[in-house]
Design a protein around this ligand. Structure first.
Ligand SMILES: [Zn+2]
Length: 77
């Protein structure tokens, strides 16, 4: 199983943690979109999309109503 909250996504340009800003549940893959929020990067240009196989996605399976929008910076909560 993969729990997205155990991952941290860092920007290759500004080297700060990116914030989870969007979640899309798909048939085979769940898509998590991360953006630079406080760094110097334009969020439009720094967006990272992480794909997790939906049957391994522990976080989405445990909380299927969750649609994103929660602040998330790495593994800290
Ligand atoms: Zn950045």
């Amino acid at each position: 199983m993969i729990n997205i909250r155990n991952l941290s996504v860092k920007c290759g340009r500004c080297n700060t943690y990116q914030t989870l800003c969007e979640f899309k549940q798909g048939e085979e893959w769940n898509l998590y979109t991360y953006e630079c929020e406080s760094g110097p990067c334009d969020p439009e240009l720094s967006r990272t999309i992480v794909e997790v196989p939906s049957d391994l996605d522990q976080f989405a399976n445990r909380d299927p109503e969750w649609k994103g929008g929660r602040r998330h910076a790495g593994a800290e909560e």
